[in-house]
Write a protein that binds this ligand. Structure first.
Ligand SMILES: NC(=O)c1ccc[n+]([C@@H]2O[C@H](COP(=O)([O-])OP(=O)(O)OC[C@H]3O[C@@H](n4cnc5c(N)ncnc54)[C@H](OP(=O)(O)O)[C@@H]3O)[C@@H](O)[C@H]2O)c1
Length: 286
């Protein structure tokens, strides 16, 4: 069984980006810039934002922090986004979700310039993904695909099952896997809470992707022998973080698996940096 080390892969990717930024910085005339908007004081969001800003600094990306109080108005938020859309030194705009109170997240995401939408949540980028056009892809599913590539695990021609159909993980991941491209070309089934026989669907998967948010829900008897299991789930339990797979019973049966923590999680921030660098290069004509 191969353990897919997302922590090491993300560190390698971040170091490659750091080198690339250092090499291109003088030609660009400036460092890449990521605006990070945090509204309110949700402790989990504060931790995520801090981690993102630290990763930016380490790679040589300037993070521009914008902190708004929980009672900020929709208008104030939209005015800020409009200003960041205009600014030449801002390559990416990250709006940390969820938003507190009555703020309309969809309206705010729609206001972000798709060319600066490094989270890949804007409907234009989602549409581009579904049409197979270039655009920003949501960081967690993009991180999953990067892990497959770097571990030489090709789902081409194989049966892939994605459990979860959210807009930020399950749905874009299913679209990426079905793309007519090397390292995709999978035959994809999407499962959700109304799937009649989840165990049967999972047992048919050569590649099983879990994005349910249900701690240790998928057990060894639900997995095909020799399958590749990518566990996106991050669940807080009394005994610490765990994934959607019951690692103890699943890992002995499979050919490769991501641990939780240390699997897909660290890839998400690395892909955010990658998208920001990509935007920077395009905007600076590099
Ligand atoms: N950086 C990262 O690694 C990262 C990033 C984002 C999310 N996550 C983690 O990934 C997990 C999923 O996140 P999300 O935002 O996609 O969650 P979500 O929006 O709650 O979606 C969960 C999906 O799982 C399905 N589901 C729930 N229980 C199920 C069951 N018993 N059987 C079959 N399907 C079931 C739901 O089906 P319905 O649609 O029918 O409700 C839904 O489509 C969470 O643990 C989250 O913490 C990790």
């Amino acid at each position: 069984m191969q353990l897919i080390d997302g922590k090491a892969t993300a560190a390698a990717l971040r170091s490659e980006l750091k080198t690339e930024i250092a090499e291109l910085r003088s030609r660009a005339g400036r460092a890449p810039g990521l605006a990070v908007i945090l509204v309110g004081e949700d402790p989990a969001s504060q931790v995520y934002v801090r981690n993102k800003e630290r990763a930016c600094a380490e790679a040589g990306i300037v993070s521009l922090p914008y902190r708004l109080s929980a009672d900020a108005t929709q208008e104030a938020l939209l005015t800020l986004i409009a200003e960041l859309n205009r600014r030449a030194d801002v390559d990416g705009i990250l709006l940390q979700l969820p938003l507190p109170g009555k703020l309309d997240a969809q309206a705010c995401l729609l206001a972000i310039d798709p060319a600066k939408d490094v989270d890949g949540f804007h409907p234009e980028n989602v549409g581009r993904l579904s049409l197979g056009l270039p655009g920003f892809v949501s960081c967690t599913p993009a991180g999953v695909m990067e892990l497959l590539r770097r571990y030489n695990l090709s789902p081409a021609g194989k049966k892939a099952v994605v459990v979860g159909r959210s807009n930020i993980v399950g749905k874009p991941l299913a679209m990426l896997l079905a793309r007519p491209e090397p390292w995709a070309n999978a035959t994809v089934t999407v499962c959700h809470s109304r799937t009649t026989d989840l165990a049967r669907e999972c047992r048919e998967a050569d590649f099983l992707f879990l994005a349910m948010g249900r701690p240790r829900c998928i057990t060894g008897d639900m997995v095909k022998a020799g399958a590749v299991v990518i566990d996106v789930g991050i669940n807080r339990t009394e005994t610490g973080l765990c994934g959607d797979a019951d690692f103890a019973s699943v890992s002995p049966r499979v050919s490769a698996i991501t641990p939780v923590p240390g699997g897909v999680g660290p890839m998400t921030i690395a892909m955010l940096l990658k998208n920001t660098v990509c935007s920077w290069k395009t905007r600076c004509g590099l």
